[in-house]
Design a protein around this ligand. Structure first.
Ligand SMILES: [Fe+2]
Length: 312
C-alpha cells in the first residue's frame, strides 16, 4: 500500500486549559519535554530527539480545548495547492497560506475540519537542533500520532481521506460495531492519526515515541514511581505493533508513551481487528485491563473550542 497524501507527518498538538502552570510543569518536569519558548502567552515544548521546533504548545484559557493539530507537508507549493483544494471543497479556512510566526517559522494554512477542530498544515519549517537519545533515557524522542474522538466517526474519516489524503489502514470493531479507524500519511508509519467512535468531539490521546522498548518501560515506571496513575498498560497493541502506556495530563487529556510501531509495506491490505480477541488489544498480555475506566479517560471531556479559532 502506497500513499501520496500531501501530509508527511504529525508536527505538533496544541492544548488550552485553565491550569496552565500545572500543565507546564507536567510536560517539562514529568513527561520529559523541553520548554523552548513563550510567545504571547503560548508556551512551546520540544522533544529532545526531534527536528520539529515544537511538538506541544500550551495556552491558558477558561475553556479546555485542543487549540490545533499541526501536520507537515513537503513544500510551499503543496500548501498553496492544498489551500486551493480545501477552498474548492467548501472547507472553512481560518488563515489562508501565510508565513508562520511560531518557533521554526515556515509557511502554513489553518482551517476547521468537519467537526470544528483546528488543523494547520505547514512546510518549510526550520529544523530544531536535536540529538540522539542515550540508551536508558526515558524521555520522548518525538511525537508519534494523535487520536481524536468523534460522534460522527465514519464521516470524519471520509473527510480526512477526501481533504488531506490520509488513508485508513486498519479498523477495530467489537460485536460488529466499529470503534476506531487508523490512518496513515505519505510516510510508511502504520498510523499518524486515528478517529475513535465516541459520544462527543475531544482529543482521545496524543502519543510520544520513546527510544525503544527498554526506554518505554523505564518511562512508564518513572511516572508511576512519581505518583502518576498508569491508566492502561504496559502492553503492546496488535494494531501498529506498538507498546502502550497511557497517563493523564493536568487537564485530563490522555497522553501515551509508545515504542516500536511498525512501518507498512507495499503489500499491506486494509484489515479489521476484533476486540473480543485479547491479543488484538495486547499481544504481550501484560497490560492492566481495558474497560469503562480506560474509555472514560480516552473519551475526555467535550472540546469547548469547536469552530472557534484560537487567538494564536
Ligand atoms: Fe496511541
Amino acid at each position: 500500500m502506497n500513499n501520496n497524501s500531501v501530509i508527511t507527518h504529525l508536527r505538533h498538538v496544541g492544548f488550552a486549559m485553565p491550569q496552565l502552570e500545572e500543565q507546564r510543569a507536567f510536560y517539562s518536569q514529568e513527561w520529559g519535554l523541553i520548554e523552548i519558548a513563550e510567545q504571547d502567552g503560548v508556551y512551546y515544548f520540544a522533544a529532545a530527539g526531534s527536528p520539529e521546533p515544537y511538538v506541544i504548545r500550551l495556552r491558558k484559557d477558561e475553556r479546555k480545548r485542543a487549540d490545533v493539530i499541526g501536520f507537515g507537508a513537503a513544500t510551499r507549493g503543496d500548501i498553496d495547492a492544498l489551500a486551493e483544494n480545501l477552498k474548492q471543497g467548501g472547507v472553512r479556512i481560518i488563515q489562508a497560506p501565510h508565513e508562520l510566526a511560531s518557533p521554526g517559522g515556515g509557511y502554513g494554512v489553518r482551517f476547521f475540519d468537519l467537526e470544528g477542530r483546528v488543523i494547520e498544515v505547514s512546510a518549510d519549517v526550520a529544523a530544531r537542533k536535536h540529538r540522539q537519545l542515550h540508551p536508558g533515557e526515558s524521555i520522548p524522542v518525538k511525537l508519534s500520532h494523535c487520536v481524536v474522538n468523534s460522534p460522527n466517526p465514519q464521516e470524519t474519516v471520509d473527510w480526512y481521506e477526501k481533504h488531506l489524503g490520509l488513508q485508513v489502514v486498519e479498523a477495530l470493531q467489537i460485536h460488529g460495531r466499529k470503534l476506531m479507524w487508523f490512518m496513515r500519511c505519505s510516510h510508511p508509519q502504520h498510523h499518524v492519526f486515528a478517529v475513535g467512535n465516541a459520544p462527543h468531539v475531544a482529543m482521545h490521546h496524543v502519543s510520544f515515541d520513546m527510544r525503544g522498548i527498554d526506554e518505554f518501560l523505564r518511562g512508564v515506571g518513572r511516572l508511576q514511581r512519581s505518583g502518576h496513575e498508569l491508566i492502561w498498560g504496559p502492553g503492546r497493541h496488535q494494531t501498529g505493533d506498538n507498546a502502550y502506556g497511557y497517563f493523564s495530563d493536568k487537564a485530563g487529556n490522555t497522553v501515551e508513551y509508545t515504542a516500536g510501531m511498525s512501518d507498512l509495506d507495499d503489500t499491506w491490505e486494509v484489515t479489521e481487528g476484533d476486540l473480543t480477541d485479547p491479543l488484538v488489544l495486547d499481544t504481550w498480555g501484560t497490560s492492566s485491563p481495558w474497560g469503562e475506566h480506560v474509555m472514560k479517560h480516552h473519551f475526555n471531556t467535550p472540546d469547548e473550542g469547536l469552530f472557534i479559532a484560537p487567538p494564536l
